[in-house]
Design a protein around this ligand. Structure first.
Ligand code: ACO
Length: 425
């Protein structure tokens, strides 16, 4: 919707820049006319740039609000199953009973991976980081689904999304089993999504009676929901950018996994636990905070590009953390340590002035650890859950005409020079 214009005055000439309003959030200024004036816009870190229109997820960082298809994240986390949230992300609204049954059946039909895919694991060292294996193996899916994939066909795009959501727990669990030297467990389609994942992670052929603790199933499902989507974050933007070339979607998701791995993004959950290990005890917190303020280290799990008040996911995550530790009777000293860090940070002017609050990753590591998931798998959990968001954005992009993503630059290198032959240099 264009209602009014902004004006650009450059070199004495005026240009109209249409202002567009979405349904929520800041209006956006269409800056296409900047090019007519012979300029480009400069916005390192895409701090104010909206390269897409999207109807999937809305964040109001000031209010600490996160909506998926209009539903607040806390309501979804408390009342919906992760697969229902996936359905909403993919199709626009939560499913009714018949839609839910049909969707769950479709996902269950795709949980297994081609037997040939097992061979890819053997190419990795046993001590390889599971995220490195994920990038390789998910990218390798493109070798299994390429020749018959017609991206202009809606049904092909849909089955791709379902395949990815269905296979991610299987591949994630295979990464874990491989690094432990244990046999892979086949998916059990009578189990729920989260239960099946925990089964494939922790069951072994030696213990056919293995039962997954229902408290952990509920917590795992909630963790998946809390990580499902987060609008145009770094990894989702990577998936969209790769997808804008018409690339194979499995390769695009693999690119997203690579972007997620960094400690400024999804890698933060692993970095939080490493940081808590390094601090050791509550007595060392004050000294660590001084190091943060001297900018020698960052307080991992704190701060967010968009949330400048609180991260609503962190609130639900903290409650879930308490529930899981209570149910398992775990008295984790790292929780006490995390709470002390949070207490100091929320009072200290350094953090208050910079609007730094705990993000989703601050407490997720403590729950994942209680569930028995090793630190190196934390970001894999995030990738598994975020796949639904990535592929929903990819689908949204492919559902209407789009342009290849191709940013500009402000060139600061040498101006044109004359080539000098090697013997004359
Ligand atoms: N610890 C200490 N200081 C911090 C932190 C932190 N975690 N985060 C930001 N700051 C400071 C910066 O040094 C900067 O200070 P200055 O203005 O004095 O220079 C100020 O706060 C603003 O920070 P920016 O880096 O400009 O904020 P930006 O929006 O670019 O970065 C980010 C956001 C990357 C998340 C950052 O806060 C960070 O690195 N946090 C730690 C890693 C983390 O937890 N990442 C997970 C994010 S959530 C997710 O991806 C799921």
């Amino acid at each position: 919707m264009t209602e009014k214009n902004a004006k650009l005055l450059v070199d004495g000439k005026e240009y109209d820049l249409p202002i567009m309003n979405g349904t929520l959030g800041n209006p956006v200024i269409d800056v296409s006319a900047v090019q007519q004036a012979g300029y480009w816009t400069y916005d390192p870190g895409f701090k104010v740039t909206a390269p897409v229109e999207s109807a999937i997820t809305f964040i109001d960082g000031g209010k600490g609000q996160l909506l998926h298809r209009g539903y607040p994240i806390d309501q979804l986390a408390d009342n919906a199953e992760y697969l229902e949230v996936c359905y909403a992300l993919l199709y626009g609204d939560l499913p009714n009973k018949a839609q839910k049954d049909e969707f769950y059946a479709k996902v269950q039909a795709h949980t297994a991976v081609h037997d040939q895919l097992r061979k890819f694991f053997e190419g990795f060292r046993r001590d390889a980081h599971p995220m490195a294996i994920m990038i390789g193996v998910v990218g390798a899916l493109s070798a299994f689904y390429h020749n018959d994939l017609d991206l202009s066909d809606e049904e092909h795009r849909e089955v791709t999304s379902i395949r990815l959501i269905a296979k991610m727990p299987t591949i994630a669990a295979m990464c874990y089993k491989y690094t432990r030297g244990e046999p892979f467990m086949y998916p059990r389609n009578s189990f729920s999504y989260a239960e099946n994942f925990l089964y494939m992670m922790f069951a072994t052929p030696a213990d056919p009676e293995y039962k997954v603790n229902p408290v952990l199933v509920k917590a795992m499902d909630k963790i998946f929901t809390l990580h499902a989507d987060h609008e145009q974050n770094a990894s989702t933007s990577t998936v969209r950018l790769a997808g804008s070339t018409g690339a194979n979607p499995y390769a695009c998701i693999s690119a997203g996994i690579g972007a997620l791995w960094g400690p400024s993004h999804g890698g933060a959950n692993e970095a939080v636990l490493n940081m808590l290990d390094e601090i050791g005890t509550v007595e060392n917190v004050a000294e660590f905070m001084e190091k943060v303020k001297r900018r020698e280290v960052k307080l991992m799990g704190f701060g967010h590009r968009v949330y400048k008040n609180f991260d609503p996911r962190a609130k639900v995550m903290k409650e879930t953390c308490d529930e899981v530790l209570d149910a398992l009777g775990i008295d984790d000293p790292q929780l006490e340590l995390a709470m002390e860090l949070e207490r100091i940070a929320l009072e200290d002017p350094y953090f208050v002035e910079r609007n730094l609050y705990p993000n989703v990753d601050f407490y997720s590591g403590i729950i994942l650890k209680a569930i028995g998931i090793p630190t190196s798998m934390f970001t894999v959990m995030f990738a598994l859950a975020r796949t639904s968001g990535w592929i929903s954005h990819w689908l949204e992009m492919h559902s209407s005409p789009f342009k290849i993503g191709r940013p500009r630059q402000m060139y600061t290198g040498e101006t044109e020079r004359t080539f000098v032959k090697l013997e004359d240099r």
